[in-house]
Design a protein around this ligand. Structure first.
Ligand code: NAP
Length: 340
């Protein structure tokens, strides 16, 4: 099970995958939204010390964004602390306010990220766009491609783009490696349009919300519906809304019970089953799991995912519950619809 931070440096076996040429990432990525505020007070020194422990355990891939508070600077501090010879992967995001996307604006923001992260080249730059009515996202991608040619960006990815826009982007000739979307047992919208399209075009999916901010854990098994004031992180608040839209607390409890029975069969945790279920989906390259650096970690427990193999009976049991839920694709639309 999950552990409070200790000095123990366990050496876990963390599987990796090739996301793109010259970019190997862990199949479980360490998510850094949790340092942005709304998830407890983060102390930079403890955070960087904790990042070192992730690195030593083999969790060497970080997901961050220019809008996640100090996340990019923490990566820079971490790089300086461990030395430039030790390899890790830092996948950041460019999340501009909608508006004209000139070359100088885009270059300014990417240069800022490079400086904070203390690197010459970003491993994967994931681009987010808030408003499809403003087609300047295509200008931004043009400039990002130019920065890629200048080797300031190794690979280009997207986040929260729907299938229709990814199609437009591909047809314009942009080379996109991945799209980062919400994907969990609860939210399988991406399977409708995105996965078949991505199979055809060799685009990978990086997932978030796979643990529903922590709702997919023994902590919530058999509990009464929490009041909003009891939800102590922004992540829990966000995914409680998702549970409500999906089918409500009672159906969620049915799902947790099924996940718990499967977890007991494999002597692992509910979180492991929720992660494994998504890792096994086509085109999924990795599951991002939020890390509250310097506060609590679940490294040992999450590493157990790589020892679990679900069988068809397990999948059927899960599918029986999700079949009773609302169709999130109908309610919210394709991936990223929740942001627009
Ligand atoms: N592109 C986007 O728009 C977007 C949006 C959201 C998130 N993200 C990315 O995805 C990352 C994940 O964030 P998320 O909000 O979706 O959260 P999440 O990964 O669904 O949940 C993270 C929380 O789950 C709990 N947890 C982790 N491992 C566990 C285990 N083995 N057993 C029990 N509980 C466990 C922890 O809670 P405690 O800390 O309370 O123990 C942790 O804080 C973010 O950091 C970010 O990098 C991207």
């Amino acid at each position: 099970m999950s552990e409070k931070i200790s000095d123990k440096n366990s050496h876990l076996s963390i599987e990796k995958t090739i996301l793109a040429d010259d970019l190997k990432i862990c199949k479980i990525l360490n998510g850094m939204w949790q340092v942005a505020g709304g998830h407890g007070q983060i102390d930079s020194e403890s955070a960087v010390n904790d990042m070192e422990k992730y690195q030593k355990c083999g969790f060497t891939t970080w997901d961050l964004a220019d809008i996640y508070g100090p996340a990019e600077s923490l990566i820079g501090n971490f790089r300086r602390k461990i030395g430039k010879d030790i390899k890790f992967q830092a996948l950041t995001k460019f999340v501009p306010n909608p508006g004209p996307m000139s070359s100088s604006i885009v270059t300014h923001y990417i240069d800022q990220s490079l400086k904070k992260m203390d690197t010459d080249c970003i491993d994967l730059l994931q681009f987010h766009w808030w408003d499809y009515n403003n087609v300047s996202y295509l200008d931004a991608l043009q400039h990002l491609s130019k920065l890629q040619n200048e080797q300031k960006i190794k690979h280009l990815g997207l986040t929260n783009f729907d299938t229709e826009r990814v199609r437009i982007i591909i047809e314009k000739g942009f080379k996109i490696v991945s799209n980062q979307v919400q994907y969990s047992i609860l939210d399988q919208r991406s399977q409708k349009l995105m996965t078949p399209f991505f199979v055809k075009h060799g685009i990978k999916i990086l997932t978030y919300g796979t643990l529903l901010g922590g709702f997919f854990s023994e902590k919530y098994l058999g509990t009464d519906e929490p009041h909003r004031t009891e939800l102590t992180t922004s992540s829990l608040q966000k995914y409680k809304n998702m549970i409500d839209v999906w089918g409500g607390w009672q159906l969620f409890q049915e799902l947790l019970q099924v996940l718990d029975s499967i977890a007991k069969k494999y002597q692992c945790s509910i979180a492991n089953i929720a992660t494994r279920f998504i890792l096994d989906k086509p085109q999924v390259a990795g599951v991002i799991i939020g890390t509250r650096l310097g506060i609590i970690n679940h490294r040992d427990d999450n590493a157990k995912v790589f020892t679990v193999k679900l069988d068809p009976d397990d999948i059927s049991l899960i599918d029986e519950i999700t079949a009773k839920s609302n169709d999130l694709f109908k309610v919210i639309g394709d991936c990223g619809g929740e942001y627009r």
